[in-house]
Design a protein around this ligand. Structure first.
Ligand SMILES: Cc1ncc(COP(=O)(O)O)c(C=O)c1O
Length: 500
């Protein structure tokens, strides 16, 4: 067990706390010392906290050791750290901490959240994958304004479970796709994200563990971590064709005493894989046998690439035995994330418990947004079909650019989703690459942030939802960062040289 003050002695743990520390003008060592001061002032680095060795921090941040030495010397001169032979560099307990700017610190998942809060600036951020709204959103807004406004305004406006018309539309959508559903099995939430937050609140009280796919969606891992639970990672099949590895899952359920299993059948983020119907059945049966609740997150189900709407399996809940407890989470992310409309579909008891929490959180989502969503949900099948041709083109364009510019990188064309899951060759680490990419104007979230064990560190995700000229600029920036990494080598112990 790590002592509290040794959490960030590991350079890989410290790097996400420093965020985009190297962005902007000025010498690197100054920017590094400034980022460390910010982390102390924010409380991310506490009094007495040990900092990584110079050599290790230099390696992970892809800078020369001289840069870290100069940054640590600067911090010592300003009284922020103490440096002692034998005990390394520690935050000075006597340093007067300034008021925090309230930035979000923690893991890479929280770095993604901080990027959303800050906005991308001049960086091309690979932290999130979302598109602008489809034209059908504008049609739905006009339709609501023309025909439903008076009725809506006559309503006092509080519906913590969701607008009745929208809950009915969602229930009909599931029934039509092979999962019979009644409106009382549906809770409308502020995006799929809020559904996951509410479910974590009800399932993880007094819980000790959650089984997650490795890799997984890092913000959700952070939601789970906030409840102090252990994350038990289970990999995907070697060829990734079917989904989560069922043998490893059976063993994790049997030995790990989890309260929850979190999976992304349609489609897995970040790999873009679609879980087969057979695998859905196997997973549901295993969960029922070990009495573990399942949350299936289908936030990406609207983003088909190599799969056709007709061959999409029904949600995992449709394959579950009666004794299984499966909650299905989805949203209108594929239509427009900006609507912030999502939902969960599950047993009535679970929905009721989450509805109470939703009422406490926000008294219910805005009615106008939900009225617009109620117009869009019946069109989901058609919207998926019409969008998939565009998505395929965008994906193919990124693949073409990468093949031409970075032929040594590898990936598999995804079944769905909005990004490529790219592997760097050899023993190159995406953690180190991310540091260099930042200095070339691209925010890369390394695969290690998406795996509770820190594995998959040769991988990272490249969303393809960008106009061709931006994709070309993105790949050019990645290529120049890659050239620099290759020049220095992934693990090279750089000699002490002039500060850069
Ligand atoms: C797997 C996964 N679940 C949930 C969400 C959150 O979706 P929403 O925008 O509907 O809150 C995302 C967003 O990217 C996601 O990737």
């Amino acid at each position: 067990m790590l002592r509290e003050v040794d959490r960030f002695a590991d350079a890989a743990a410290l790097a996400p706390v420093l965020g985009d520390w190297s962005a902007g003008d000025g010498p690197l060592y100054r920017k590094l010392s400034a980022a460390l001061v910010r982390a102390v002032d924010d409380g991310a680095l506490g009094s007495g906290e040990r900092l990584p060795s110079e050599r290790e921090l230099a390696r992970v941040l892809a800078v020369s050791r001289a840069t870290v030495v100069a940054a640590y010397d600067d911090l010592r001169d300003r009284g922020v750290v103490e440096r002692r032979q034998g005990s390394g560099t520690r935050v000075n307990g006597r340093h007067r901490v300034r008021r925090s700017d309230g930035r979000v610190h923690g893991g890479q998942g929280t770095a993604i959240m901080q990027r959303l809060i800050d906005g991308p600036g001049s960086l091309i951020s690979l932290g999130h994958a979302a598109d602008g709204g489809l034209p059908e959103v504008a049609d739905a807004v006009r339709d609501v304004a023309a025909h439903e406004l008076d009725d809506l305004l006559a309503d006092p406006g509080y519906h913590p479970r969701g607008l009745p018309g929208l809950r009915t539309a969602i229930a009909e959508h599931y029934t039509a796709t092979g999962l019979p559903t009644t409106p009382d099995q549906v809770l409308v939430t502020a995006g799929a994200h809020q559904a996951l937050v509410l479910l974590a609140e009800i399932y993880l009280r007094n819980a000790s563990a959650v089984v997650v796919e490795a890799p997984s969606w890092s913000p959700c891992l952070d939601i789970f971590r906030q409840h102090g639970v252990r994350l038990i990672p289970v990999g995907l099949d070697d060829d990734g064709d079917d989904g989560i590895d069922v043998r490893a899952l059976a063993s994790a359920l049997a030995t790990g005493s989890p309260s929850l299993l979190y999976v992304m059948p349609s489609f897995h983020n970040p790999t873009g894989r679609l879980m087969s119907a057979t695998r859905r059945r196997q997973v549901a049966e295993l969960a029922a046998r070990y009495e573990v609740a399942v949350v299936e997150d289908n936030a990406y189900e609207g983003s088909l690439l190599s799969t056709e709407v007709e061959t999409m399996p029904a949600p995992l809940a449709a394959y579950a035995p009666a004794s299984a407890e499966v909650v299905t989470v989805a949203s209108l992310k594929g239509v427009w994330a900006g609507l912030r409309v999502g939902w969960m579909r599950g047993p009535v008891g679970v929905i009721e418990r989450c509805a109470r929490r939703k009422a406490m959180a926000d008294l219910g989502s805005p009615l106008l947004d939900q009225a617009v969503a109620a117009k869009l949900v019946p069109q989901l099948g058609e919207l998926r079909r019409s969008r998939s041709a565009v998505r395929r083109q965008q994906c193919a364009e990124l693949e073409r650019l990468l093949r031409e510019t970075l032929p040594e990188w590898s990936w598999r064309t995804p079944d769905g989703g909005l990004s490529l899951w790219v592997r760097l060759p050899g023993d190159h680490s995406a953690d180190v690459f991310a540091q260099l990419a930042l200095r070339h104007g691209v925010e890369v979230i390394p695969g290690s942030a998406m795996d509770p064990t820190g594995g998959h560190d040769a991988y990272f995700r490249i969303p393809f939802l960008r106009p061709p000229e931006v994709l070309a600029e993105l790949v050019a920036r990645l290529a120049s960062a890659w050239t620099e990494l290759q020049r220095h080598g992934p693990r090279e112990d750089l000699p002490l040289c002039p500060v850069v």
